[in-house]
Design a binder for this molecule. Structure first.
Ligand code: DC
Length: 221
């Protein structure tokens, strides 16, 4: 069995849903690293930092104390994140955090701090780690790396359906615009831009269900 499985991909490529099912199936811990970038973003917002002030964000990254507790084997999504002793898990999906996280996550010192914690968690093995740079930077030696992709149209449809289910009312055009902007920031940043590792299994998921993708990765396992 691979000690770690890296799953990367853009917004709404299905990586969290796939990672969750894989973790449950294999009895592995699930670490969604996007939660960590969202958690430090909560702290930056609470402190009222200027999100364009890289030095201030870098200082925050260097000093933050983050504790990530993965969920139990039968409920891998039930993970919790504490920053400086405060549990911010319930705030991670709020719109203000979603709007700010790309700016915070592009700061190298923030990434350095998060990557160190992620490697530490992964060193115990039996982990599915989901993110943008897991195969390229965090765990370049992971025995199994998957990169999930889908067209902007398909990903906008998926994200729009998710938001509607959560009672939100954004139009699909707005969702598409937001998604394209996040893609651009995530893939154009200087440090650890979003891209598949050279040895990643790239899966185009447009015409696949979540279970199809999970099954494809399990074939590799
Ligand atoms: O997957 P997500 O939407 O929760 O990720 C939130 C943000 O964090 C996203 O803008 C990209 C960033 N991120 C990152 O830069 N590196 C990771 N490994 C995971 C997320």
């Amino acid at each position: 069995m691979p000690a770690s499985i890296a799953i990367d991909g853009p917004v709404a490529s299905g990586k969290s849903a796939v990672g969750s099912r894989l973790a449950r199936h294999l009895g592995y811990r699930l670490v969604d690293t996007g939660m960590m970038y969202r958690a430090i973003t909560c702290l930056a917002l609470d402190k009222g930092l200027d999100l364009h002030d890289e030095a201030a964000l870098a200082a925050l990254g260097a000093s933050v104390n983050m504790e990530v507790t993965p969920g139990p084997a039968d409920d891998p999504d039930a993970s919790r994140v504490l920053v400086n002793g405060t549990d911010v898990t319930n705030r991670l999906r709020s719109p203000d955090v979603g709007d700010a996280v790309s700016l915070v996550s592009r700061v190298p010192a923030v990434r350095k701090a998060m990557v160190a914690i992620q490697r530490d968690i992964a060193s115990d093995g039996s982990v599915v780690m989901v993110g943008r740079d897991i195969g390229t930077v965090v765990l370049p030696d992971a025995p199994l790396k998957a990169y999930l992709d889908a067209s902007v149209e398909e990903r906008s449809r998926r994200r729009h359906a998710e938001l509607q289910a959560a009672g939100r009312t954004e139009s699909i055009e707005d969702v598409r615009e937001q998604l394209a902007l996040r893609d651009e920031i995530d893939s154009q940043r200087d440090t650890s831009p979003l891209r598949p590792a050279d040895d990643a299994l790239v899966i185009q998921t447009d015409n696949m269900t979540i279970q199809n993708v999970v099954d494809r990765i399990l074939e590799e396992v």
